[in-house]
Write a protein that binds this ligand. Structure first.
Ligand code: C2E
Ligand code: MG
Ligand code: MG
Length: 581
C-alpha cells in the first residue's frame, strides 16, 4: 500500500517535470526551425543550436534532479509511515516493549506520539490485568493460578534434569478466631504480616503463594530434604512471634505439611493433596510441621469408612444418649444433666464422641446427629418432667448447627411436640463455635434465646474470645473448661478460675465447672462461689434409666423432689459407676 503510494508520487512528479521539459524543448526546437527559415546567418543558427543543446542538457539535468527530489520526498513520507505500520504490527502481536522513535514536529510526529502513548497505556493495562490474574491483591504474593503454573514448570524441569522440588502447604492455626472476633481489618493485617515474614525468610527464587483465606503454599526448587525441614522450622519460629496490631499482640501460629517430588507425587494434584494431608496431620498433632507419609492416607481412609458408618448408625439404632448430672453448689441439688452422645458400634464397641463428632462436623452430617440427640434429649426431658423430675437437659450444639437457619424452628416444634418448656432445654456451644460465622451465629442465637432456651458457652478458656465479646451474646451460662478445673492445685490456675467466676457473675452469667474429679475441686469451687459443678466425682455420664437409679440412691438432692436427702453439701461417697463409660 505504502509502496504503491510512493511509486504513484514518483511517477506523477517525473511525468510532470518531463512534460514541462518536453514543452520547453518543443518550443525551442520549433523556434529554432522557424529561425532557420527566416535567416541564413550561420552565426544566428549556431547560437540557437547551442541554446537548444543547453536547454536539452538543462532539461535532462533538471529531470534527473526532479526525479531524485521526487524519490527523496516520497521516501521522507513513506519511511515514517512504514515505521508506524511496523510499530502497530508489533502491538498487534502483543509486543509493547519498543517505542516508535520519530522526533518530528509535523503530523507524522504527532501520530507517532499518540501511538507511543497508546502503546504505554495498553502495556500498563496489560500489566495490571496480568497482576490481577496472577497475584493475590491483599499480600501481593503469587495466587493459586501462578502457583500451579510455576509448579507445573518446576515438575517438567525436575523430570528433565533430575533435580528436586518440594511443596509446603501452610495454614494459620488461630486465624479464624482473630478474623472473626477482631474483624476483617485485623485479619488482613495479619495476612499481610505473614506474607512479609515469609518473603523475608525465603529466597528470591522460591515461589510463595496465598491460595485463599489463611492458606499459603511454598515451592522450593533444587533443595534437599534437610534444607526443606530447616525452612519449615524457620517459618514456624517466625510465625510464633506475636503479630503487633495497634499495640495488641496477636498469636496466630502455623501448621505446615510437606511433600517432596518425586517420592510423594509426580504431578501437581498428588503433590498438593499430600502436602495438604500432611498439614492436617501437623495441625491435629500440634507438631508444627509434618512430612507426608503413606500411613496418613490409611488414616484418612479409616476416617472415610467411619463416616460412611456414621450414616448407618442413626438408622441402625447404634447411637445412645448418656446423661451426666449438673449440680448446684449452693443447694447440693441435681438441677440438670448434660446429654452426651455415645456410639455403640457393632464391631468397634463404644466409640467416644471425640472420635466421630469432628468428622461429622467436617462433612456436615452433624446436622443429622444434632437433630437426633435433640429429639432424644427433649423427649427424655419431657418424660422426667411428667414424672416430677424437672431436670434441665443440656445438649451440645456444633458451630455448623448455628449456621442452620432452621434450627430455632425445629427446636420450637420439638419442644411443643414433647410438651416441654423451653426453659428446660439448654444448648451448649463451644467457645470457638460462636466464632465460625459470628454475625450469622448471633442471629440464630438470638432466635433461640427468644424461644426461652438457655444458652451456655462450653469449654470456656480454650478459645480466643474475650468476656466482653461474650457479654454481647445472648448467653446465660459459662462452662469453664475441665483443663482449668483439673489444674486448680496450681495457684495461678486457681486464680484464673476464681477471676473467671467473678467476671462471669459480673456479666450476669451463671458459671459451671466441668471435670470435677475430687472433693477438693468441689470445695474450692464452692469457696470461689461457682454456681454448678459437673464431673466424675458426682457421676460419670449414664444411660437415662441408670441415671434415675443414681438419682434415687445418691446423696445429692434432686430438683422437684420434696425432701432433701442429705444435709451434707459434699458427699464423700462416690456414686455408683455401673454402666458408665
Ligand atoms: P463437653 O460438652 O465438654 O462434655 C464434657 C466431656 O467431659 C464429656 O466427654 C464428659 O464425659 C467429660 N467429663 C465429664 N466429667 C469429667 C471428669 O470429671 N473428668 C474428665 N476427664 N472428663 C469428664 P465426652 O462425653 O467424651 O464428650 C466429649 C465432647 O464431645 C463433649 O465435650 C462435646 O463437645 C462433644 N459431644 C458429646 N456429645 C455431643 C453431641 O451430642 N453433639 C455434639 N455436637 N457434641 C457432642
Ligand atoms: Mg458440653
Ligand atoms: Mg465442655
Amino acid at each position: 500500500m505504502i509502496r504503491r503510494l510512493r511509486t504513484r508520487i514518483i511517477v506523477f512528479v517525473v511525468a510532470l517535470l518531463a512534460l514541462v521539459q518536453v514543452v520547453a524543448f518543443v518550443t525551442v526546437t520549433s523556434a529554432n526551425s522557424e529561425l532557420r527559415e527566416l535567416t541564413s546567418s550561420p552565426v544566428a543558427v549556431a547560437a540557437f543550436d547551442r541554446l537548444e543543446q543547453t536547454l536539452a542538457a538543462l532539461g535532462a539535468i533538471s529531470m534527473l534532479l526532479s526525479m531524485g527530489g521526487a524519490i527523496v520526498i516520497a521516501m521522507d513520507i513513506t519511511r515514517p509511515i512504514t515505521q508506524l505500520t511496523e510499530a502497530a504490527a508489533r502491538m498487534q502481536d502483543g509486543d509493547y516493549s519498543k517505542p516508535v522513535s520519530l522526533p518530528r514536529s509535523d503530523e507524522i510526529g504527532a501520530l507517532a506520539n499518540s501511538l507511543n502513548h497508546m502503546r504505554e497505556c495498553i502495556a500498563e493495562r496489560e500489566q495490571e490485568i496480568l497482576h490481577l490474574a496472577y497475584r493475590d491483591t491483599l499480600t501481593d504474593l503469587a495466587n493459586r493460578v501462578l502457583f500451579h503454573d510455576r509448579l507445573e514448570h518446576a515438575i517438567v524441569n525436575a523430570k528433565r534434569t533430575g533435580r528436586t522440588l518440594s511443596v509446603l502447604m501452610m495454614d494459620l492455626d488461630r486465624f479464624k478466631y482473630v478474623n472473626d472476633s477482631l474483624g476483617h481489618g485485623v485479619g488482613d493485617h495479619v495476612l499481610r504480616e505473614v506474607a512479609q515474614r515469609l518473603s523475608d525468610l525465603l529466597r528470591q527464587a522460591d515461589t510463595i503463594a496465598r491460595l485463599g483465606g489463611d492458606e499459603f503454599a511454598i515451592l522450593l526448587e533444587n533443595v534437599d530434604e534437610r534444607y526443606v525441614t530447616r525452612v519449615a522450622l524457620k517459618i514456624q519460629h517466625a510465625l510464633e512471634q506475636p503479630i503487633d496490631y495497634e499495640d495488641q499482640l496477636l498469636d496466630v501460629g502455623s501448621s505446615i505439611g510437606i511433600a517432596h517430588f518425586p517420592e510423594h507425587g509426580e504431578n501437581i494434584g498428588t503433590l498438593l493433596r499430600n502436602a495438604d494431608i500432611s498439614m492436617y496431620v501437623a495441625k491435629r498433632n500440634k507438631s508444627g510441621h509434618a512430612v507426608y507419609d503413606v500411613s496418613y492416607d490409611t488414616h484418612q481412609q479409616k476416617h472415610l469408612s467411619l463416616l460412611s458408618e456414621i450414616r448407618q448408625a442413626v438408622e441402625g439404632n447404634q447411637l445412645r444418649v448418656y446423661y451426666q448430672p449438673k449440680i448446684s453448689l449452693a443447694t447440693s441439688t441435681v438441677e440438670g444433666v448434660e446429654a452426651l452422645l455415645r456410639w455403640d458400634h457393632p464391631r468397634r464397641g463404644f466409640i467416644p464422641p471425640g472420635d466421630f463428632i469432628p468428622f461429622a462436623e467436617h462433612t456436615g452430617y452433624i446436622k443429622v446427629l444434632t437433630r437426633w440427640v435433640l429429639e432424644q434429649a427433649v423427649r427424655q426431658c419431657g418424660q422426667w418432667r411428667t414424672a416430677g423430675i424437672p431436670l434441665r437437659v443440656a445438649v451440645n450444639i456444633s458451630a455448623r448447627d448455628l449456621l442452620n437457619r432452621e434450627l430455632p424452628e425445629f427446636i420450637a416444634r420439638l419442644l411443643d411436640r414433647c410438651d416441654t418448656p423451653a426453659s428446660l432445654l439448654c444448648l451448649e456451644i463451644t467457645e470457638s463455635g460462636f466464632m465460625e460465622d459470628a454475625a450469622h451465629s448471633q442471629r440464630v442465637l438470638e432466635q433461640l434465646s427468644a424461644l426461652g432456651v438457655r444458652l451456655s458457652i462450653d469449654d470456656y478458656g480454650t478459645g480466643y474470645s474475650s468476656l466482653s465479646y461474650i457479654a454481647r451474646l445472648p448467653v446465660d451460662e459459662l462452662k469453664i473448661d475441665r483443663s482449668f478445673i483439673n489444674q486448680m492445685s496450681d495457684p495461678t490456675t486457681a486464680t484464673i478460675v476464681r477471676s473467671t467466676i467473678d467476671l462471669g457473675h459480673s456479666l450476669g452469667l451463671q458459671v459451671v465447672a466441668e471435670g470435677v474429679e475430687d472433693e477438693n475441686d468441689l470445695r474450692t469451687l464452692r469457696q470461689f462461689g461457682c454456681d454448678q459443678a459437673q464431673g466424675y466425682f458426682m457421676s460419670r455420664p449414664l444411660p437415662a434409666r441408670e441415671l434415675e437409679e443414681w438419682l434415687r440412691h445418691s446423696s445429692w438432692n434432686c430438683v422437684g423432689t420434696k425432701t432433701a436427702k442429705s444435709s451434707s453439701p459434699a458427699p464423700t461417697l462416690l456414686p455408683s459407676f455401673s454402666g458408665a463409660r
